[in-house]
Design a protein. Sequence first.
Length: 249
Amino acid sequence: MPRFYISPEFWDPNNLILCEAESHHCLNVLRLKEGDKITAFNGQGGEVHTKIETANKGQVRLKGSNPVQSIKPKTQIVLGQAIPKGKNMDLIIEKATELGVSKIHPIISDRSIVRISSNEITKKQEKWQRVAIEACKQSGQNWLPEIKKPKKTEELFQHNQPQYDLLLIASLQKGSKSLKEILSEYLIAHDQNEPSSALMLIGPEGDFTPSEINLAMNFGCFPMTLGPIVLRSETAAIYSLSVLSYELS
């Protein structure tokens, strides 16, 4: 069944109207018409299975319906991702959305190949937010992550007080521990209470610089090994989020 996004500020189960972009997709791309069954969701767990009631002048109004609420993930997982080259950031956001992250911080690392000018930041943010919406529509995910504006590594830490319960940084350095080891130590230190929020940092091609890693560790990040194989940035992100989601679900 086709899925469409309605932002929370316009979410009214008794008066559901698709925005211009979603109406265009509904009428001009999918060629749907009055009476066709669709699903609408609000990105905050709300979902309704309904029908197109009217479709006039590019505006689609849906029949009022009782919404259902998806269960919120027990642990809010946040991804801090150094922006990789090419379209790999789109892939990472798509897969991170499917895996249920609550927020994504694009990071302009010292070793990031991609450079974003100040006047491109908002456009990039809006584009990536749209990628997340499309991923929700295609996968059936009802929780839409917030895509933050790209910022440098040091700015990420400056604007994220108080700390998350658990902070991790994928690391190639000696002494890095596996997620199981880190979680075991965390549970011992917190009377077996699992973290309610976790931040996972993934570096760019060539990894974070030593100064960035030291900054993250000073902020409280635990260096986490992803195994003996050196993974590409996008692979590291998908792998890390998958094991985090499994262990903290």
